[in-house]
Write a protein that binds this ligand. Structure first.
Ligand code: SF4
Length: 355
């Protein structure tokens, strides 16, 4: 990761970690720590901030990746429209609803409906799915469907959807434009603002390790999540996908990814931060490592077979050949083994709780 401005080496780590608010210079300093002892101190601080603001509970979000069709062409993503090598699938409305019922039966209180930007599913289809899940299951619903129209957001909010995930990917406008041929950062931010204004709990976040990205860009990502006042933010490592223009780019560095998550926790305090599947795919026990440096959410994959192996955003995704119904049980054991507790609640935004 390139550092493109000079940072004075005159900071004292404990002073920075104890500041009530961190500025960009502080964040870059923390992300640039090299000494193992200093990095351990950063991780310990992040874990204590997580404990203070989020408690020991880990929230499980059961995810259904219901379509791998996508109209967008993001250069880092295996689902991009230009990838002709991928076997595409779409789950039917009924299959999606049935899968949501499995998630509910497993005691998980959030269903995440995720797809590429697939306009095959009309506004009414998604509304029907939301209403049927809400009628049958006591769960929160998170949508992660990419950029859709404001009218659709309005209708899905009225139908009962609770949250919307729309990662900003990078706060660097030039880099954003280089990665997304038909989309602009400005538009993405306008969507996030609108979603928030109509009452959705919003999630955003970045990708770490993109070509040309600097440490300052990562600091801006964290500060942007603060500015948007996100309810959930994900900081996930880049892992190349073989059928994309970025296939030869190295995957993100584990330690830098963990440092980003830790600093994000210290800055964002009571925002939900997931330990992502990408982190678990980057390294064995990656999700456990993420939970130790500030994360408080994990998203078990409930996409049924035979579809799940084809939701290939990147190579080497974990658990794709597993029985989806086994995923949550496996995660519960791991979480409890770490002395943490799996939440029995829906895990709504912690920002609703006045401190
Ligand atoms: S990142 Fe999302 S919008 Fe972009 S190509 Fe992949 S699935 Fe489509």
């Amino acid at each position: 990761m390139k550092k493109d401005i000079y940072i004075a080496d005159d900071k004292i780590l404990s002073d920075v970690l104890n500041k009530p608010q961190l500025n960009k210079d502080d964040i870059v300093y923390l992300l640039s720590l090299k000494d193992d002892k200093d990095i351990s101190e950063l991780f310990r601080k992040a874990d204590s901030v997580r404990k203070e603001f989020c408690g020991d509970e880990v929230h499980l979000r059961g995810i259904i990746e219901f379509s791998n069709y996508c109209e967008a062409d993001c250069v880092y993503c295996g689902l991009r429209k230009g990838n002709k090598q991928l076997d595409r699938y779409r789950m039917s409305v009924e299959e999606i609803i049935e899968t949501a019922k499995h998630i509910h039966s497993a005691g998980i209180k959030t269903v995440v409906l995720q797809s590429g930007e697939d306009f095959y599913y009309r506004k009414e289809d998604i509304t029907r799915i939301i209403k049927s899940i809400k009628d049958n299951c006591d769960v929160a619903i998170t949508l992660s469907l990419g950029e859709r129209s404001f009218e659709e957001y309005d209708e899905w909010k009225s139908a009962g959807a609770d949250r919307y995930l729309l990662k900003h990917e990078t706060a660097n406008e030039k880099l954003y434009s280089a990665l997304h041929s038909h989309q602009k950062l400005e538009e993405r931010l306008a969507h996030l603002k609108y979603l928030k204004s109509i009452g959705f709990q919003v999630g955003s976040g970045n990708i770490i390790g993109l070509p040309g990205q600097t440490i300052e860009d990562i600091a801006d990502d964290i500060l942007l999540c603060k500015e948007i006042d996100c309810d959930m933010c994900s900081f996930s490592p880049f892992i190349p996908s073989k059928d994309t223009p970025l296939r030869k780019i190295s995957k993100a560095d584990l330690e830098f990814t963990l440092k980003t998550m830790a600093v994000a926790r210290i800055v964002l305090k009571n925002t939900h931060i997931p330990s992502t599947t990408a982190l678990g795919s980057l390294v064995e026990n990656g999700r456990e490592k993420g939970l130790e440096v500030g994360a408080n959410v994990v998203m078990p994959n409930y996409t049924p077979n035979p579809y799940r192996q084809n939701y290939k955003i990147y190579e080497g995704k974990i658990c794709i050949s597993d029985d989806p119904l086994a995923c949550a049980g496996c995660l519960r054991l791991k979480i409890e083994g770490m002395g943490r507790k799996v939440s029995e609640e829906k895990g709504h935004s912690l920002k609703r709780i006045k401190r």
